[in-house]
Write a protein that binds this ligand. Structure first.
Ligand SMILES: [Zn+2]
Length: 393
């Protein structure tokens, strides 16, 4: 057993409200934080002047998509015609980028060929070094619905139930549902209602019976309310939240995963993307920011997610940049840090072993130069990343 004591750092554990001088220790073999007597550590690392926080958790990714279309086609439009081998290559490359940039856990919410589920298993068994993965397998979508490229067409309560069970059998720990249309696909709008309350509820129940979670892509107001009524654990995107939707989320303890990076990234590249996509993306951006700010002020629990894999929405600094967008939308810097640590861990149901700097939890953490509570952009700067107690090289 090799133990390392980290001394003199300013630490945000996920549970405290400010960075505090806390010494902490890891066991590199078990990969966990441990209680360690100073004198007994095999190695001591002095982090004087540095800031330490839990590794980032990103609750909304699509690791099989290449956001820059270098290998795959135009993501989310032409998606995943490339096949399992190429998509696995893209996924592994994306996981490496996430980890190097401080993301130590993800929830993938729409994959092809169960690539997320199989890589999740390898990571859990310590056979690959990657962020931990809560996988969803293919999203469940209505016939012809949003995200069909990364989805399984399912209509009616019976098919939703059957396909949720199949995904879980294959290793899914979350069920992804499509409650509305979206931005990245032509011929639909964010307001379109897709899966019904009854259809979604059938799948949500299957997830909950196993102790797992369900989430819904839900952009328009009615679809958002449908998904909350169906009992999902999180609303993804939540572009058009009204006061009633926010109240329903508070009453049902529904998390919100904003993915502000998704429209922002599209809007930075209007000349390179199809007109329909840019038009819809520009149309939603302002409402999206207002919705997220309102929800944050009302006390809705927010978990960080980027939708990385959609157009120009990268796996590198995207997660850190999402935090900046959240603060611009109205979250406090503390809420932003919580969204990427304890809140996301709670949503993913991994909070008993990850998401905070505490003994017996996974020693996933990042070391940064400046205090992100003073300037959230500090998370975007140079960082040293530890995954399961080992430095990521
Ligand atoms: Zn998505």
């Amino acid at each position: 057993m090799t133990t390392i004591l980290f001394k003199n750092a300013n630490v945000f554990t996920g549970k405290n409200k400010d960075f505090e001088a806390i010494d902490f220790a890891v066991d590199t073999e078990s990969g966990l934080f441990i209680n360690q007597e100073t004198k007994n550590a095999d190695k001591v690392i002095d982090l004087k002047g540095k800031y330490v926080m839990p590794g980032l958790i990103n609750a909304h990714t699509h690791i099989v998509l290449d956001p820059f279309f270098k290998i795959g086609g135009l993501s989310s439009v032409n998606a995943v015609k490339t096949g399992a081998v190429v998509n696995t290559y893209i996924a592994v490359d994306n996981l490496n980028k996430l980890l190097k940039n401080g993301v130590t856990y993800i929830r993938d919410v729409g994959s092809s060929d169960d690539i997320d589920l199989q890589l999740s298993k390898l990571e859990k068994e310590n056979k690959i070094t990657a962020p931990g993965i809560i996988g969803s397998g293919p999203a469940l979508v209505m016939t012809g619905g949003h995200g069909v490229e990364l989805g399984l067409e399912s209509d009616g309560v019976d098919e939703l139930r059957k396909n949720a069970r199949t995904n879980i059998k294959n290793g899914a720990r979350n069920i992804k549902l499509m409650a509305t249309g979206g931005v990245s696909i032509d011929g639909e709008t964010p307001h379109d209602i897709q899966l019904s309350v009854d259809e979604m509820r059938a799948a949500v129940n299957e997830a909950h019976h196993k102790g797992y979670t369900a989430c819904a892509h839900a952009q328009g107001t009615e679809g958002i309310k449908n998904a909350i009524r169906a009992g999902v654990d999180s609303i993804e995107h939540g572009i058009y939240l009204d006061d009633e939707a926010i109240q329903m989320m508070l009453e049902n303890d529904t998390h919100l995963v904003p993915t502000l990076m998704a429209p922002w990234a599209i809007n930075q590249h209007p000349d390179k993307l199809p007109d329909f996509m840019v038009k819809k993306s520009l149309a939603v951006q302002e409402a999206h920011i207002v919705s997220i700010g309102k929800a944050a002020k009302a006390g809705v629990k927010i978990a960080m997610g980027t939708d990385s894999g959609t157009a120009y929405n990268d796996f590198e600094n995207g997660s850190s940049e999402e935090l900046e967008h959240m603060v611009k939308a109205g979250l406090t810097p503390l809420q932003a840090l919580q969204s990427a640590s304890v809140n996301a861990a709670e949503l993913l149901k991994i909070d008993d072993y990850a998401g905070s700097i505490e003994s017996d939890k996974l020693a996933d953490f990042i070391i940064i130069e400046e205090n992100p509570l003073e300037d959230i952009k500090a998370v975007q700067g140079d960082k040293i990343v530890y995954k399961k107690g080992k430095k990521v090289e």
